[in-house]
Design a protein around this ligand. Structure first.
Ligand code: NAP
Length: 482
């Protein structure tokens, strides 16, 4: 089956920070791929904006390099690249000054969708929003896209929301969390709400526990200064892992509609219990495997920032009473792997004697690598010798099963096209972000007040020892990171 390309309206997309790392690695290569897929209507334009004094030709050459570097070779096509580059324009602009704003206004066209991607430091969001509005560049139909981090605590998130709200309505603001753009993550909703099979079992009565893992092999190399002020809790849990948890735990929305979905996610965040310190393990990778260790990348040799965190979280409502959600994420771990695993309870009565072969059913939703789902089920081991049981996966790899080998759009591609379509379902609403910080803040304040030090773990391992204990003491085990 070939994936369907749904046309979008003609658009002008301005990328503030159009020469930056994110634009080069994700946004522009993603847009190129949508162009190749035929999803960029003729006449649509992309306008890069940054302070550097570049000609249009310079900018196109830079983007050509980015495509050569970040688009897989077999997707690079000379004619298509040229066609895409022809859509690019550039304006030298200073977000905090006066330079370039009149030129940008002059480029804008009426009767096309106007979208503004703020791919710059969050400290510039207010300046850009104000100037877009003062110069009449943004109109009531314009959309703005803002990147993470959306604040570093509740107070700063509220301040950012307030600054944007001065110039834009909530319906115009697209707070991006690229995890929500992943095919598998959306499939989680399809599996839950488009099938009768799972939903009746989706509750405390039948689910033993949930594990959410986002493991990275990379360290903080080169990003030490930024990361040291953030840490795994702010950088990953408050946004990405929390969003995944919401999609698993939320009630069925009345419709697949932006506010209906986000209302249900908000209810989950508000139902999260405070987490006691004994249910949190923080880690920091030490030296090894050619890496000098976390602190070598930090400006502070005594840094207590966590590069790993594991937590046991409870959602305090009827559906999830007593079901722990174990979350963990970290850098410099054994493998790059992101997955959600939902472990079901055992049948109430065992009729088979084979206790050795016995395992629970587990629904594994893999985000990376190889997006897909596995349902681990028990079957009879083939052959004679009595009734011995074995666990096998019912495997569904999306890349093979759905698209006949055709590229599944990357999260950024999908989300940018949703912005152009005006669909906010997969973007975080302001109150969601604030609720997430309201839950996160006391956890961080707790370890800061106590002066907790993260436990050192070996690079290439599966994290700190204490994280294993977090599960062991409940009679459970983490799934292997591989
Ligand atoms: P970056 O590489 O430092 O790029 C920053 C961009 O902003 C450059 O194009 C820079 O160009 C422009 N810029 C800086 N000051 C400006 C000003 N006063 N006026 C106009 N343009 C200005 O940053 P990045 O890594 O792309 O990150 C951009 C945003 O995305 C940040 O909020 C970051 O947290 C977020 N983010 C990044 C990643 C990632 O993988 N990189 C992932 C998730 C989120 P000039 O210096 O020429 O002005």
């Amino acid at each position: 089956m070939v994936s369907r390309v749904i046309p979008v309206d003609v658009f002008d997309l301005v990328i503030f920070g159009g020469t930056g790392d994110l634009a080069r690695r994700k946004i522009l290569p993603g847009l190129y791929r949508r162009y190749v897929a035929g999803q960029m209507p003729a006449d649509s334009r992309i306008i890069g904006a940054a302070r550097a004094d570049l000609s249009e030709a310079d900018y196109r050459a830079q983007v050509a390099e980015a495509i050569a570097e970040f688009v897989p070779k077999d997707r690079q096509d000379k004619t298509a690249i040229q066609g895409f580059l022809d859509r690019l324009h550039y304006v030298a602009i200073d977000a905090t000054g006066t330079n370039g704003w009149s030129a940008l206004k002059g480029l804008m066209r009426d009767s096309v969708v106007r979208a503004f991607y703020f791919s710059v430091a969050p400290s510039l969001f207010g300046d850009i929003a104000q100037r877009l509005s003062e110069h009449g560049i943004a109109d009531a139909w314009s959309r703005i896209v803002v990147e993470k981090p959306f604040g570093r605590d509740l107070a700063s998130a509220k301040a950012l929301n307030a600054v944007l709200a001065k110039h834009f309505n909530e319906t115009q603001i697209y707070r991006i969390d690229h995890y929500l753009g992943k095919e598998t993550v959306q499939n989680l909703m399809a599996v839950r709400f488009a099938n009768i099979l799972f939903e009746p079992l989706w509750k405390a009565e039948y689910i033993d526990h949930v594990q959410i893992t986002v493991a990275e092999t990379v360290g903080v190399d080169g990003r030490g200064a930024y990361y040291d002020k953030s840490g795994a809790m702010r950088d990953m849990v408050q946004n990405h892992l929390m969003q995944l948890l919401c999609l698993i735990a939320m009630e069925p929305p009345y419709h697949f509609d932006p506010d209906a979905v986000r209302d249900e996610k908000l209810k989950v965040i508000r139902a999260l219990k405070p987490v006691p310190s004994e249910d949190i393990v923080r880690g920091q990778y030490g030296a090894g495997g050619g890496d000098k260790g976390y602190v070598a990348h930090s400006e502070n040799p005594a840094s207590r920032t966590e590069s790993y965190i594991a937590l046991k979280v409870h959602v305090s409502n009827w559906r999830w009473q007593g079901v722990p959600f174990y979350l963990r994420t970290g850098k410099r771990l054994r493998a790059r792997a992101s997955e959600i695993a939902i472990t079901f309870k055992q049948p109430p009565h065992a009729i088979f004697d084979d206790a050795k072969g016995w395992h629970e059913n587990v629904l594994v939703i893999r985000l990376q690598p190889n997006e897909g789902m596995n349902l681990m089920v028990m079957i009879k081991e083939p052959g004679p010798g009595g009734m011995r049981l074995m666990q096998v996966p019912l495997d569904m790899s999306f890349a093979d099963a759905i698209t006949d080998g055709e590229d599944v759009p990357d999260a950024y591609e999908r989300l940018i096209m949703d912005v152009i379509r005006g669909n906010q379902t997969l973007f975080m609403r302001g109150d969601e972000v604030e609720a997430a910080w309201a839950w996160t803040d006391p956890i961080i304040q707790g370890w800061e007040l106590r002066g907790d030090k993260p436990q050192t773990y070996d690079p290439g391992s599966s994290g700190p020892e204490d994280a294993l204990m977090l599960m062991h003491r409940d009679g459970r085990r983490w799934r292997e990171i591989r």
